[in-house]
Design a protein around this ligand. Structure first.
Ligand code: FNR
Length: 194
């Protein structure tokens, strides 16, 4: 059973991306994955500063890295701010990819998440659905030596896309999410070294 980690790059209470992450988590569980659905608001992660790293990486960063390391497959659900992904995602991934002083595995600055298989989703009230955030997130993930699922899905007009139960109203959109889930679950056992 593939262990799949899902998280969204927003902590907003009524976040469309958090809602889309719920949809993806449900579809992945139905497809047989063992899903961990993280809320980044549950982690106390300061703005990255190498001085903090030198004096001791914050415990929540280490906790998050341990969770990330334990999952060969990830789905990231990305909001779009100013044509790119959010500062929250950047800060999270910068911390997660940084060395941990004195740690038995993560002390040396090697790519800690090489060969993770990552699927990308986005949601926005705008017509493009946050697609531009994904085109910026891709090079970051490639720099971490992740594998990227070739198909992604951007949910446009997100304010009208969900019903009261948080399900996607349009079948076409549900299929878009399903495709990303299916690709990640297909690729992870073949590509990830975990
Ligand atoms: C936005 N938003 C936005 N949307 C978009 O489609 N393209 C963009 O470039 C931007 N830029 C942008 C900048 C800033 C600073 C904010 C705060 C917002 C709107 C954004 O998509 C909207 O607020 C979403 O609801 C954010 O995602 P969550 O929190 O709903 O997941």
């Amino acid at each position: 059973m593939t262990k799949l980690l899902i998280f969204a790059g927003s902590t907003r209470q009524h976040s469309f991306n958090r809602r889309l992450a719920h949809v993806a988590a449900t579809l992945a569980r139905e497809a047989g994955a063992e899903v961990t659905h993280l809320e980044l608001s549950d982690f106390d992660i300061p703005l990255y500063n190498a001085d903090l790293e030198a004096t001791g990486t914050p415990p929540d960063v280490i906790h998050l890295k341990e969770i990330m390391a334990a999952h060969p497959a990830w789905i990231i659900v990305s909001p779009e701010y100013n044509g790119s992904y959010t500062g929250l995602l950047k800060n999270t991934l910068d911390w997660a990819s940084s060395p941990v002083k004195g740690h038995p595995v993560w002390a040396d600055g090697e790519k800690p998440f090489a060969d993770k298989v990552v699927g990308l989703l986005s949601a926005s009230p705008g017509a493009l659905g946050g697609l531009r955030s994904l085109s910026h997130l891709q090079p970051l993930l490639l720099a971490l030596h992740c594998w990227l699922a070739p198909k992604q899905f951007a949910l446009g007009s997100a304010g009208k896309a969900f019903d009261e139960q948080g399900q996607l109203i349009e079948e076409r959109q549900r299929r878009g999410v399903q495709t990303v889930v299916d690709q990640v679950l297909w690729a992870a056992p073949r590509l990830s070294t975990d």
